[in-house]
Design a protein. Structure first.
Length: 191
């Protein structure tokens, strides 16, 4: 039987304002947290076609209650849950969790259900009517991550994250992204 996440034991605690986070966010992290364009596009601008996606888990299941509420879904509704690692030459950069309801997949002509190893951002930012509806922030402590994720991604510490509701054109999806420490080291070297 699947679990609600290959990443977390339970849902992280999300906040709407930077000031509500338990500690100050480093400026390098803020640059990525508040990026208004596609993170994939930003990664490709720095690393070219070396950016790759490893699918950790993709399955139909019930999201966390907080995710269902945010999307306005009944708590028992199954959605497509996609959890991936974006990396460059085995250097982990971003962990992502996407919650895509059936209605959103239908509006997107099923493109979102058949991504394979294509980054989600590469697809959704190509939609001319994409809307960004809400942004929340978090820091995920090390003990909240699944052991398998800790091992696969060699998580050294808590991670900063953001989650965004996007809509195509009116049907929502939830995309959560978590920034690995290597992202800031590798990005600094490239600049």
């Amino acid at each position: 039987m699947p679990t609600q996440s290959a990443l977390f034991i339970s849902s992280p605690t999300w906040v709407k304002q930077l000031q509500a986070l338990p500690q100050p966010v480093p400026s390098a992290v803020q640059s990525w947290m508040f990026e208004t364009h596609s993170l994939t596009q930003r990664l490709r601008a720095q690393f070219g076609n070396q950016v790759a996606v490893r699918i950790l888990k993709q399955y139909w299941y019930k999201p966390f209650i907080t995710e269902s509420r945010l999307l306005g879904l009944p708590p028992h509704r199954y959605t497509l849950i996609r959890e991936v690692l974006l990396h460059v030459q085995d250097t982990p950069l971003i962990l992502a969790r996407s919650i895509i309801p059936q209605q959103t997949i239908a509006v997107a002509h099923r493109n979102l259900a058949h991504l394979g190893t294509r980054p989600l951002g590469e697809v959704i930012f190509a939609y001319p009517n994409l809307q960004r509806r809400a942004l929340e922030l978090c820091t995920v402590p090390l003990d909240l991550w699944q052991n398998s994720c800790k091992q696969t991604c060699a998580l050294p510490q808590s991670l900063w994250g953001r989650r965004t509701i996007y809509a195509i054109p009116t049907q929502p999806m939830l995309v959560s992204e978590f920034f690995m420490p290597e992202l800031f080291r590798v990005a600094d070297v490239k600049n």
